[in-house]
Design a protein around this ligand. Sequence first.
Ligand code: CUA
Length: 123
Amino acid sequence: MSGTAMLSARQDPATAPQRAGQGNAAPRVIEVTAKRFEFDPSTIEVAEGERVRLQVKSADGVHGLQIKKFNVNKLVPRGGNAVTIDFTASAPGTFEILCSEECGEGHETMKGSLVVKAKAKGQ
Ligand code: CUA
């Protein structure tokens, strides 16, 4: 059985930039490599409310990086140039990072996790 269920490539035009409360805090910059069929690192930890800037590059073909909770969906081109994804981790929890571009047999299993740690009370 060849599992070639093509996901219809939805083009969610990636959304208005989210404004963070504190404009002067620098975003946390995290470098991510997408490759067949994983994200490296596969788990990304940030703090609730933090502005996050992912610098994502591909080590092989075209991938996509999607985090539905934060309206993130960006194409990661082949060629190793990094794409920048900015968002604010506005809610705590663990959220799936998905590959949003059909990239081969392991596409369906190409996943990571975004862990947003809840703010400590009283801070
Ligand atoms: Cu990588 Cu689909």
